[in-house]
Design a protein around this ligand. Structure first.
Ligand SMILES: C[S@@+](CC[C@H](N)C(=O)[O-])C[C@H]1O[C@@H](n2cnc3c(N)ncnc32)[C@H](O)[C@@H]1O
Length: 322
């Protein structure tokens, strides 16, 4: 038995002996019967939650597999025009040296395996034919499952979410929506997606998994739906405009967002909203008058995560509209 198992076994033995102590501390058979009823009810609920959790995990895995089979590894839509931003974060990234691998569909471990069995190149040759190679740059246009679970299970944990409407701007494959549906009790989750191909794909999944009671997809530009921003209690934006629009269009969308979000709406962004406004050169938007940042604390120990996973969680920010 390894150390971890010895530790687990110790905990179980400790729980058993504590339980016996509690039983022995009771005065009579009546108290024992009442305690029995309490324990049975409590454990039945706990076991139901554990079963729901495993069932929802299995559904999410199934959805991921379905999407993997429908898409190429890059998970781009046919004729999709992705623009690599000209910011310092993406210095040296070009169409030739950058690969899009979707983090919702493929974890870092999956990417490693794809590289090892030759389905994905990790390097490019700087002068063809030689061994002079450089690592490729990997980017993802979806949030990872770890980031999504962190959002719904921790960032939004203290909020009474069952009466809230969540809006994901640029919902793409629908990852935010499926995780929100399976791992939160949000009243409604709406995804708006510009790209017809992705909107159809999400609708197919929602129909197949009977999720339309709480999920809805709108295929359009967010700029045509100011009332959606008014209805939403929580808005999620995962680097939604930078790779898809020129700087002047990004500026117009951010001005629209600034003008139409209502006070007390929560906004979750990845990365930092301030940085996104600076990158798009939105000098007309006074960040401090628009939103207040609510500081987040990652609930895991650094040693429990890989360096990359830790960095991915640090990219998530929460704001409240003033
Ligand atoms: C980075 S992806 C975000 C994916 C998803 N929300 C997630 O976190 O996994 C951004 C998506 O936003 C869409 N998009 C870009 N501009 C948009 C707009 N003005 N209105 C609606 N969708 C937009 C793009 O087509 C793209 O699929």
């Amino acid at each position: 038995m390894n150390d971890k198992n010895v530790f687990k076994e110790d905990k179980l033995n400790y729980a058993k002996s504590s339980f016996l102590k509690i039983i022995n501390s009771l005065d009579n058979s009546d108290q024992i019967k009442q305690f029995n009823e309490f324990v049975n009810n409590y454990l039945a609920k706990e076991i139901e939650d554990i079963d729901d959790f495993s069932k929802n995990n299995a559904i999410l895995e199934e959805i991921k597999d379905k999407l993997r089979n429908k898409l190429s590894i890059t998970a781009e839509a046919p004729n999709e025009n992705i623009i690599i931003p000209e910011t310092t974060d993406y210095e040296g990234y070009t169409k030739e040296t950058t690969v899009n691998v979707d983090a919702f569909l493929y974890s870092d471990k999956d990417v490693e395996e794809l590289g090892l069995n030759g389905q994905l190149k990790n390097y490019y040759c700087t002068d063809c034919g030689s061994k002079n190679v450089e690592s490729l740059n990997f980017i993802s246009h979806s949030a990872s499952i770890l980031q999504l679970r962190y959002i719904f299970e921790h960032v939004l944990n203290g909020i009474k979410i069952n009466d809230k409407i969540v809006l994901d701007i640029g919902s793409r494959l629908g990852g935010v929506l499926y995780v929100g549906y399976l791992f939160s009790s949000a009243r409604k989750l709406i995804g708006i997606e510009l790209n017809q191909f992705f909107a159809n794909l999400q609708r197919e999944i929602i129909q197949e998994y009977n999720m339309s009671d709480r999920l809805e997809i709108i295929q359009d530009d967010i700029m045509n739906h100011p009332q959606l921003l008014q209805t939403a209690d929580i808005i999620i934006m995962n680097n939604v405009f930078q790779f898809f629009h020129s700087i002047p269009i990004q500026q117009a969308i951010w001005s629209f967002m600034r003008a139409n979000t209502k006070p007390s709406t929560l906004i979750i962004t990845c990365p930092d909203l301030k940085e996104q406004l600076v990158d798009a050169n939105c000098t007309n938007i006074d960040f401090d008058k628009w939103v207040k940042e609510i500081k987040l604390k990652i609930p895991y120990k650094k040693s429990q995560l890989t360096e990359d996973d830790w960095e991915d969680l640090k990219l998530i920010y929460l704001y409240e509209v003033l």
